[in-house]
Design a binder for this molecule. Sequence first.
Ligand code: AHR
Length: 510
Amino acid sequence: MKLFFGAALALVLAAPALAQTTVTVNANDPQPAYDKRIFGQFAEHLGTGIEDGIWVGRDSAIPNENGVRTDVLEALRAINVPVVRWPGGCFADEYHWREGIGEQEGRAVRINTHWGYVTEENRFGTHEFMDFAEALGAEPYVSGNIGSAPPFEMAEWVEYMTTPIGSSLARERAANGRDRPWNLTMFGLGNELWGCGGNMRPEYAADLTRRYSTFVKVPSGQSVMRIASGANDMDLNWTDVMMERAGNMFDGIGVHYYTIPYDWGHKGSAIGFDEDQWARTLVKTTHMDELITAHSEVMDRHDPNRRVALLIDEWGTWYDQDPDTHPGFLRQQNSLRDALVTSLNFDIFARHTERVRGANIAQMVNVLQAMMFTDGPDMVLTPTYHVFDLYQGYMDGTVYPVEVESPTYSVNEWSMDEVSASSVRGTDGVLRIGLTNVNPHDAEEVTIELDGATGSAVTGRMVTAAAMDAHNTFDQPNNVTVQTFTGARIDGDTIRLSLPAKSVVMLEVR
Ligand code: AHR
């Protein structure tokens, strides 16, 4: 008997403690909506991001709708992409729109000086892009050229796209196949004016922004959001100067932040990484939170009523490009780690919806943290795509603040909360709770307290895999995909679940 108790005690002492997380959803404290523009995407003339990735041409043997690959279009429609930003990026400030209209045969062939020093044949121009956005049901976010073109060029472009009456530009548009104007709702005033857009000082960029913004005019009855070129990472002075000197001339300002495991010289590999790289990538991506907080504080000083939106114009992971791919094409594999980067950022955006009213992941197809890869007639979806799918119920829903009490996950000097969460009541009335467990080894026991809400049923969908760098290939497209999650139980205002290791789970409470 004595021996039995001793053995039992030893067993209890040896058993690993069950990690416990508590998530409180404050449904009594609704926050500004989770703007659907936060699910925006970025498509630049870069590598095969557009040519082959989106555009194959009307005569292609690859199935297409008006020149756009059908497989890509259908996959993007399935996640309801709300915004597409185009044509850059750095490309935007060297782009001359007139070279991309009219007969495709006669279009100017340029050098893409930023991305691989390859020829750019201008096959995908204004008509192709605006028709693509329309076919997708997405808002077109066109980035103008401030860096190397005069304001008149920009003004004419805007008129070409938007005027309903018979100006010469409207007639030219009609002759090129589009009678009705397009609905241009977002217009960027240059890109990275501090760098590839002209290496400007913020004072000069602010003056140019005032000047160019003056000439972005749409007909009455239409409205266009004018978006200033924003800061790089934590360059708060940029935001400060732009807001102070030109803040009344734009409706949004961008900021760009890329998650790079190491540094620009050696960024780290997209797959085949160890746990240190896993942890440092996930910790570094959560820098987005302090970055938004800091820029928002600067904006609040100039714009206390928060008229001007902060747009996370470019975000996502940037690794060393895949072996044997074209230098300058930024092709990188996309793994389960990227799925978690995505969900962690979606949670962060939920904490800042008073200011963050748009974001564009970089980029849509084949480039950086892509939604999908194409190769000739083949197409494969990435883990990132599947997280966009999981979270799409957040679009335009009401954000509820969440408090998370979670153990810490640590590897070497990299530490963060083991569990991240956010909650949004969708426009369909369904309460959604997104959960991420960054621990690649252990499940996490999670208790969710609904403060001000109850439910009688909970369902779930999940993205996870056995390996940290699990990824999809053309031969194995379903290594990482959306699975049904049945592990949650609800009892009135309490939900309990075991959150699998290295997983993203989206719960729906009814
Ligand atoms: O997304 C790739 C590049 O990153 C963009 O062209 C530029 O804006 C940024 O530096």
